[in-house]
Design a protein around this ligand. Structure first.
Ligand code: ZN
Length: 615
């Protein structure tokens, strides 16, 4: 098959009334809504959490629903769960001989007792009356209880008295126009896909504990001192970092009784929280958005004293560059989880290394844009989560550290997965990517491909506008890969089928080479014939630098269409003087896999690697 011919849009939904051909949500686009009221109590003696969830579910789809599916992510910690069989117990996602999972009771739909059908981490509930299309809604309530695992697949857990609580209440699965119910199990490596709604939640903890959470604290008078409340008001109006709980105040005290912390988060996919008796708490703000850090002291490490500022910087940078942060606060918590994101709330490893802590805070809060604002399916498409985030992180890192050059190190990481023969297509679902290739395939390869698309193929001006348009169109919605591909093509004006197919759906690598350069005189002109070939199925526009006998050079850009008729192309240029050398890719960041055929003769120099932000 002709490699350049626009391929069939594999797995691209639409165009239809729900998803338009131009990549935007269609005129009849719909999505479901899930609003929650949750109350929960943390028992630090039994190391368990119990609570009640009341869920209001709105069916905006054109379909009548006779049953619903909910996600029971804590069932990953049940003996024999699918995820515990899949990932080694001592691995990052592994279940470490812990016997957990949900005890559910008093499950009711519209007040009537319901019998669940539980399938590993999924639960089906039959509805007593069918749920009407286009606005029908129903109420589901249940009590839940689980033991908190010490190691919760690096997404939650505990360390001594510190609890990090996530994927903690039964959550509605997504029902969408592409797959209907999304019932992919929680296995550990794949993250989550959830509906938007408002979540009101209260957690009762020992009285000496401080709770950090998604959303805004609703009852500061009940849980904070007058002095702490006054400091918070000050922090909300300044870019300076204000200690809300100072070093001197952070030592754990045993206080009898309990306190209930009440939070509310609007237009979110999820909520998470952390609690400890010995947090330091810093806060600052930007543009009215509170940026906060919570960390045990001195256990969390010196780097955390910059946590609130790093959070503020991150929120500001991504707001100014990509899309305004839509929530009232952003929180970073130090603890046993290496790095994990939830709306307005991220968990980051403790540490002394401020570059590492900054990189992780910056990465995890980058997830507020992908996938907390742009709500893609992380379990299916990790590249729309980690890949997009790693792409935007490249700009942030260069801005924070002016001399950083990002692309080459990411190409090296991709190369390591290729060399280890664990490379899989970017379109692979999260749980099917070898764990040791996750960083390369879900994070760096898609980030390199997006940077390459931006810098080498469509240019920064068109790409940046198209990428922002994608965020604007799909904020608080559920885009698919096709919606992204279509938006980029429509917005940049480029047919990029060859790019998506080659790099997203296969593991082929770019390898273009120069076979020879010959020269001839014709009608008084010097002509140079540069014979090119490509060694793989990947087509790519060719950038070429020629060097002349007098030492000068000139650059030529050949479109991807040169490969329309096969894997060889003779480029014929009128040149001002005798050619003595040639080099592909004057910008050395192009991910051509084989450099041995990239130059000919007395080849000219490449440029220095260029930062992505300064093109
Ligand atoms: Zn991430």
């Amino acid at each position: 098959m002709d490699q350049f011919y626009p391929p069939a849009r594999i797995e691209w939904p639409g165009p239809n009334q729900y998803r338009s051909a131009n990549g935007a949500p269609g005129p009849e686009y719909w999505q479901q809504r899930a609003d929650y009221h949750i109350t929960a109590r943390l028992d630090t003696v039994l190391q368990s959490l119990q609570g009640t969830v009341q869920l209001q579910y709105t069916n905006n789809s054109p379909d009548t629903l006779r049953f619903v599916w909910l996600q029971l992510d804590q069932n990953l910690y049940r003996p024999g769960s699918a995820g515990s069989m899949l990932f080694p117990a001592d691995s990052r996602w592994g279940v470490r001989g812990f016997s957990g999972g949900y005890d559910l009771s008093n499950i009711r739909v519209e007040g009537q007792a319901a019998t669940p059908r539980v399938y590993d981490t999924m639960m089906q509930l039959m509805l007593p009356t069918p749920l009407k299309p286009r606005g029908g809604n129903t109420t589901i309530t249940m009590d839940f209880r689980f033991r908190v695992p010490e190691h919760g697949s690096d997404r939650m857990g505990r360390d001594g008295p510190l609890y990090e609580i996530a994927q903690w209440y039964p959550r509605m699965a997504v029902y969408d126009d592409v797959r209907g119910w999304n019932t992919d199990l929680y296995l550990g490596q794949g993250e989550f896909y959830l509906e938007y709604g408002d979540i009101d939640f209260s957690v009762t903890v020992p009285a000496g504990y401080t709770v950090a959470a998604s959303g805004m604290l609703q009852n500061p008078r009940d849980v904070l001192t007058d002095e702490q409340r006054e400091r918070l008001v000050r922090a909300a109006k300044t870019r300076e970092v204000i200690p809300i709980i100072t070093v001197a105040e952070s030592h754990a005290r045993v206080t009898p009784g309990t306190k209930t912390w009440h939070f509310r988060a609007e237009n979110v996919r999820d909520v998470a929280w952390a609690a400890a008796p010995d947090f330091r708490w810093d806060a600052t703000s930007w543009n009215g958005i509170l940026a906060q850090s919570y960390y045990e002291w001195p256990k969390a490490g010196k780097a955390w004293e910059a946590g609130a500022e790093q959070t503020q910087w991150t929120i500001r940078h991504y707001s100014e560059t990509f899309f305004p942060f839509p929530y009232p606060q952003a929180t970073s918590v130090a603890g046993p989880v290496g790095g994990m994101e939830y709306p307005m709330f991220v968990m980051v490893h403790a540490g002394e290394d401020s570059v590492s802590v900054f990189s992780t805070i910056n990465h995890e809060h980058g997830h507020e844009w992908f996938p907390m604002i742009v709500g893609s399916n992380e379990r299916r498409y990790p590249w729309m989560d980690e890949g997009f985030n790693t792409y935007i992180n490249a700009f942030a890192k260069e801005l924070r550290w002016r001399d950083t050059v990002i692309i080459e190190s990411m190409v090296d990481n991709w190369r390591s997965a290729v060399d280890a023969e664990i490379d899989v297509p970017v379109m692979t679902a999260a749980d099917n990517i070898p764990a040791s290739a996750l960083g390369a395939i879900a994070y760096r390869k898609p980030a390199v491909l997006l940077l390459t698309l931006r810098n080498e193929i469509v240019g920064p001006e068109l790409f940046d506008a198209a990428f922002r348009e994608y965020i604007r169109r799909w904020a608080f919605k559920h885009p698919t890969p096709g919606d992204f591909f279509r938006t980029i093509e429509n917005s940049t004006g480029h047919d990029l089928s060859w790019y998506w197919r080659g790099f997203w759906y296969t593991t082929d690598l770019l390898d273009v080479g120069i076979d020879s350069v010959t020269q001839r005189q014709q009608v008084g002109q010097n002509l140079a014939v540069v014979s090119l070939h490509r060694a793989t199925s990947i087509v790519f526009p060719v950038r070429l630098r020629l060097k002349y006998v007098n030492g000068t050079t000139s650059d030529f850009n050949l479109p991807a269409n040169i490969w329309a008729n096969g894997d060889r192309f003779d480029a014929v240029f009128a040149v001002p003087a005798q050619v003595v050398g040639a080099r592909l890719w004057p910008d050395p960041s192009v991910p051509d896999w084989n450099h041995s055929n990239d130059s000919w003769g007395n080849a000219p120099q490449s440029d220095q690697p260029r930062p992505v932000t300064r093109r």
